[in-house]
Design a binder for this molecule. Structure first.
Ligand code: R5P
Length: 293
């Protein structure tokens, strides 16, 4: 297998290449003065099994176009197979037509990726698992929950209670997996989002947090409202230190400020969304999975 790293995930592709001991393929990207994208493979891919690494964080549309260029090029130049690793899979919210005339964006993206030549797709902590049903090729969701909790344990967080900030099945599974690694317990809160204003309300609930470290584990931080609400409840009940670990730290609006104001010690994300808090690499997650096939 050989690895091609896209513009959104160059460092991640290097890490995966090291983990898998699979060489990186040299490629050239640039933007023309008018903003158009240029891509060129500098090595032959004919007959090769390719792992194409390109996360799709904001600006999503730009990263999608880059992915499609790379995919189509590998396909036309006769790569034997092309695995796409997109740890953040954009457009995973709109899984159906909720209002007449809406675009089903997750379906359109799935069809576009398949048509461009992907043989398999891997992503991490996808927002909505149903989206993977739009893929006719094998499409898998991995989780970063274990890597996230290992990060906090390595930083001296002690016997943390792991909290899922909502009671969705996936959120509970992530919290359970993290608590298992930490050798501790997990719990959850219940959250509602107002359909029209987007405002989040989290219900108060008695938790076993007094004097304890707590790690809130979630898939995404967007505005930070969900994690901030949870942190306020935990602090009010006497939690010692509250940490937040998410897979995709999108950090929209003034999310980091909001989280700091809520008394959170540290916010950490993965390299699915490169940025100020992306301190955890997802490279071992995909490498382990590919090695075990
Ligand atoms: C919701 O279902 C997700 O798991 C996250 O909790 C949510 O997307 C976070 O959004 P925000 O940071 O805006 O509260």
């Amino acid at each position: 297998m050989r690895v091609v790293g896209g513009p959104s995930s160059i460092k991640l592709a290097e890490n995966i290449s090291l983990e898998l001991k699979a060489p990186l393929i040299k490629a050239q990207f640039k933007r023309f003065p008018d903003g158009e994208f240029y891509f060129r493979l500098l090595e032959d891919v004919e007959g090769e099994d390719i792992l194409l690494v390109q996360s799709l964080p904001p600006p999503q549309d730009q990263h999608i176009v880059e992915l499609i260029y790379m995919l189509e090029t590998c396909r036309e130049l006769e790569a034997r197979s092309i695995i796409v690793y997109a740890p953040y899979l954009a457009y995973s919210r709109q899984d159906q037509r909720y209002l007449p005339g809406e675009a089903v964006s997750s379906k359109i993206l799935a069809e576009t990726i398949q048509r461009a030549g992907a043989s398999e797709l891997y992503t991490v902590d996808i927002h909505n698992l149903k989206v993977l049903n739009y893929y006719c090729i094998p499409a898998y969701n991995l989780t970063a929950a274990e890597e996230i909790i290992r990060y906090f344990l390595s930083k001296g967080v002690e016997k943390p209670l792991v909290i899922a900030p909502d009671d969705e099945e996936d959120a509970l599974k992530r919290a359970e997996a993290a608590a298992k690694i930490a050798g501790t317990d997990y719990d959850w809160l219940e959250k509602k989002r107002d359909r029209y204003t987007g405002e989040i309300a989290t219900a108060e609930k008695a938790l076993n947090v007094s004097g304890r470290d707590v790690v809130i584990i979630d898939d995404i931080i967007s505005t930070g409202g969900t994690a901030a609400n949870a942190a306020k409840i935990l602090k009010k009940q006497g939690a010692r230190r509250v940490y937040v670990g998410v897979t995709h730290a999108l950090l929209a609006e003034n999310a980091l400020e909001r989280l700091k104001e809520a008394g959170i010690e540290e916010v950490v994300g993965t390299d699915s969304v490169p940025g100020p808090v992306s301190k955890i690499t997802t490279a071992p997650i995909i490498a382990r999975r590919l090695k075990s096939r």
